[in-house]
Design a protein around this ligand. Structure first.
Ligand code: FPP
Length: 252
């Protein structure tokens, strides 16, 4: 059966991760400052959490600020930091009431102490919620995450707590920020860009990628449904063969 004929899955992916891109272009197209694009991006983020919950997605991971984003002008960086603060302060009670568990991944070392405390508070308050998990990747870079994990393992080896030979994929995964989360089945990037940009490099090893042309502030429920429908038409093989493949050696 060709891909075009595949009937598609009915169940949505359990874990969807999104690279939210295009805030700046959205603003520029309207003659607005970039900050307005980010402000509208936060509105879209709120919508995405609601729609994902409605569509039965269990885990939603959103790339909100990368380790590379510090290179942006200081005013834009501080605006993005203020948006995270605003989001946690204003939305926490609503998220908690809706049964959303909040997790923040990324390095906390560069965050101000009060923002760190705020983030920890949000995680503690919502820790036992089970309806959905919202993972906000903030000051996140996958290479940085892997380096931090490797460093912790190296320290345990140096301290004689573990044998170097015991280091395997499961151990490395258990030292990542996402330790207790399953890998995403679907990674979406908006705005027509087709890069992974240092996002979930380890966890997305077998993910399907969907690149949406929609700029993030315009990414609505229909756009999310389109991406999920596209995922449903894909065949995931994890390096094996499809169920309908001719398994004889030399088969085309
Ligand atoms: C990419 O668009 C977007 C970001 C770097 C920031 C994403 C932030 C939000 C969606 C809102 C903030 C939410 C929180 C919780 C902090 P871009 O600026 O690179 O767009 P461009 O490529 O069009 O310039």
């Amino acid at each position: 059966m060709s891909q075009g004929q595949r009937p598609g899955r009915s169940a949505p992916p359990a874990h969807v991760a999104i690279i939210m891109d295009g805030n700046g272009r959205w603003a520029q197209m309207r003659g607005l400052p970039r900050q307005e694009g980010h402000r509208r991006g936060l509105e879209a983020l709120r919508g995405a959490v609601r729609h994902a919950g409605d569509l039965g997605i269990r885990i939603l991971t959103l790339y909100s600020f990368s380790t590379e984003n510090w290179r942006r002008p200081a005013a834009e960086v501080s605006f993005l930091l203020s948006l995270l603060r605003r989001f946690v302060e204003k939305d926490l009670s609503e998220l908690h009431a809706a049964g959303v568990r909040v997790r923040i991944i990324g390095s906390r070392d560069d965050l101000a102490a009060d923002l760190r405390r705020l983030v920890e508070h949000a995680e503690t308050v919502t820790r036992d919620n089970t309806r959905m998990t919202l993972v906000v990747a903030f000051n996140y870079g996958a290479r940085d995450e892997i380096v931090r994990a490797a460093r912790r393992i190296a320290m345990d080896v140096a301290a004689g707590l573990i044998e170097a030979a015991a280091v395997d994929e499961a151990m490395l995964a258990s030292h990542l920020d996402t330790a207790d989360l399953p890998d995403p089945e679907l990674v979406i990037r908006t705005s027509g860009e087709t890069r992974i940009s240092n996002f979930l490099l380890w966890q997305a090893a077998y993910a399907e990628f969907v690149f949406s042309p929609v700029l993030w502030p315009d990414f609505d429920r229909a756009a999310l449904e389109d991406a999920i429908a596209e995922y449903g038409r894909r065949e995931r093989r994890f390096g094996g063969l499809s169920e309908t493949a001719d398994r004889s050696v030399g088969a085309a």
